[in-house]
Every structure is written in C-alpha cells, then in structure tokens.
Design a protein around this ligand. Structure first.
Ligand code: UDP
Ligand code: MG
Length: 141
C-alpha cells in the first residue's frame, strides 16, 4: 500500500551539515519528497510533537534537544513507507542499529540520533499534518 511517513532531520543532523547526505539516502531508497521545510521548534512545539513520551525519563532532554536548533521536517510517500523508512534509519539507539542504516552511520547516541520516522500509517498522517498544510504537500508525479 502507498503510505506516507514524516521524517525530521533533527538538530544534530543540521549542525553536522548532514542534511544533504541523509536526503540523498532517502531518495536513493525510493521515497518521494512531497513536502519539506526548515524550521526551529519551540520547547512547546517539540513537547507537543513528542507528547506520547511525556513522563518518560528522557522526555525533558528530548524536548531540549529538539528545540536546540533548526530541523528539517520532510513528508515522504512510498509503497510500504512506514516500515521501509524505519528499516532505512535503523534502531533508536545507533549502537544497536544495523550497519548501513542512517542512524548507525551518522548518529552519536540514542538521544541525538539524526532522524525521526513515524511508527504507523495513522501516526504518519497525524505527524505530517503537524508540520504541513494540505496546500504545502505536492502530489507525486
Ligand atoms: N529517546 C531517548 N532515549 C530513549 C528513548 C528515546 O533520548 O531511551 C529519544 C530519541 O531521540 C528517540 C525519541 O526519543 O528518537 C523518540 O523515542 P522513540 O522510542 O519513539 O524512538 P524512535 O521512534 O525515534 O526510534
Ligand atoms: Mg517513535
């Protein structure tokens, strides 16, 4: 099934000048970019995006990190996008990620792990709508 997923190139990715390298991997894997922007999250917006993790020990640090600099949200479309993107980025902790995955190759640690990916088709839709209006999404041609 054709699915949509939200990627976020996190502030560590931007700081390390790796946005181009990560986008190249995403495109090489067959994902179509249907929306992309550069923005900086406030603590409030970062907290709302990760609200599902509120109360977990890493939540405050995550909010701090995600609002620490610019990030690049990208709306992606592809057959089987959710699972295929999670495979492309690898495990949350780069130490546990498979070689050749984005997190294994570029991330420093479990918190600063370069890229976000949605975990279900439903959350993909919700998360894309968090960052993009319908008008900002381009049909795949
Ligand atoms: N995170 C963290 N410590 C943890 C678990 C998660 O710092 O023990 C951060 C990390 O940046 C991760 C994000 O919180 O990407 C969201 O966690 P989730 O379990 O949803 O991982 P993901 O879906 O990003 O692989
Ligand atoms: Mg997650």
């Amino acid at each position: 099934m054709i699915e949509r997923t939200l990627a976020i190139l996190k502030p560590d990715c931007v700081r390390k000048n790796l946005t181009g390298a990560v986008i190249a991997r995403i495109e090489k894997a067959g994902f179509k970019i249907i929306g992309m922007k550069k923005t900086r999250l406030t603590q409030e917006t970062a907290g709302a995006f990760y609200a599902v993790h509120k109360g977990r020990p890493f939540y405050d640090g995550l909010v701090e990190f995600m609002s620490s600099g610019a990030c690049v949200p990208i709306a992606l479309e592809k057959e089987n996008a959710i699972a295929d993107f999670r495979t492309l980025i690898g495990a949350t902790d780069p130490a546990e990620a498979v070689p050749g995955t984005i997190r294994k190759d570029f991330a420093d640690n479990k918190g600063e792990n370069i890229v976000h990916g949605s975990d279900s088709p439903e959350n993909g839709k919700i998360e894309i709508a968090f960052f993009f209006s319908v008008k900002e999404l381009i049909e795949v041609i």
